[in-house]
Design a protein around this ligand. Structure first.
Ligand code: THU
Ligand code: ZN
Length: 295
């Protein structure tokens, strides 16, 4: 029996040989992150390859899914070059158009990004990645080489899933998602939530619009979740900062009803604003107001 009942149904879908190792990991603090040392321990103890381990853990990643519209659960696990595993799952927002959905791959990749990962080496998913996710992965540093791991399919690099892909280079950009440089937005504030949102905006990826943007959500227990915009060369597959933050909040097992403040920071030199998009997403899960700061 796992300490946190969130994971009990998922664990029953994982090879029982792994249970003894996973049970201590799946406690109330488990947010879908497994650090390199633990990953190596799992590989050695169970004589598994990393690909097999990632596939075996997919039910756990999928348990974070919140498909409020479709009921269709997708899970993904990213392996980055420092050897950590980052889980993600799809999130659909009730009462909103379908383009407010976060795909499992986007959730896993934004999870890795928030924790400082620089390069996506492999990603395991329980369904074949859609065109939009192929494009999203192609935005990351050396993304064409990222290996795609699927149940019952040969492992293959993204460039095989997305031949003749459109990429940041086509728009003359040398920066890529996961290895972009921080910007330097300034605002004098002692408010920890505002400071977190500015930090998120400074680490966001907005090479196309220049509208650097970050979100910070404060929970009733003072925990802060942040989200950053991740733009995409093909524009539409871009991931919005509120969606990144809500995805993180979901993985952590928090309840959206426990958000007590929300801040959006965006830069003023952009040709667009994420205010309406952020407000719509926020109001899909809670009625609190959005504090908006343009720097
Ligand atoms: N979905 C993913 O999460 N990844 C994919 O690449 C395929 C589709 C999700 C999006 C939506 O929540 C649901 O599956 C139905 O498309
Ligand atoms: Zn997708």
């Amino acid at each position: 029996m796992v300490n946190d009942m969130r994971f009990q149904p998922a664990l029953s879908q994982v090879d029982s040989l792994l249970h003894a190792s996973l049970i201590p990991l799946l406690d109330d603090n488990f947010e879908g992150f497994i650090e390199q040392r633990k990953v190596q321990q799992l590989l050695l103890t169970h004589h598994l390859t990393i690909d097999k381990l990632m596939l075996a853990l997919l039910p756990i990643a999928t348990s974070f899914s919140q498909p409020r519209i479709s009921g269709f659960e997708v899970g993904a696990i990213a392996l980055c070059d420092e050897g950590n595993l980052y889980m993600g799952a799809n999130l659909e927002l009730a009462q909103l158009p379908l383009n407010h959905s976060v795909h499992a791959e986007q959730s896993a990749i934004s999870h890795a990004w928030l924790r400082g990962a620089k390069k996506l080496v492999k990603i395991a998913i329980n369904y074949s990645p859609c065109g939009h996710c192929r494009q999203f992965i192609n935005e990351t540093f050396e993304g064409a080489e990222t290996l795609i791991i699927l149940p019952k399919r040969e492992i293959a690099p993204l460039k095989q899933y997305l031949p003749y892909g459109f990429s940041p280079k086509d728009l003359g950009k040398t920066e890529q998602l996961l290895n972009s440089k921080a910007v330097d937005l300034h605002y004098d504030s002692e408010d920890p939530l505002v400071i977190s949102a500015i930090d998120a905006a400074n680490n966001s990826y907005a090479p196309y619009s220049g509208n650097y943007a970050g979100v910070a959500l404060e929970m009733v227990d003072q925990r802060i979740f942040t989200g950053r915009v991740a733009e995409n060369a093909a524009y539409n597959p871009s991931l919005m900062p509120m969606h990144v933050a809500l995805s993180a909040l979901n993985r952590s097992g928090y309840d959206c009803g426990d958000i007590q403040r929300a801040v959006l920071v965006e830069s003023s030199d952009g040709k667009l604003s994420l205010a309406n998009n952020s407000l719509d997403a926020l109001h899909s899960v809670t009625e609190i107001e959005l504090e908006h700061l343009v720097l």
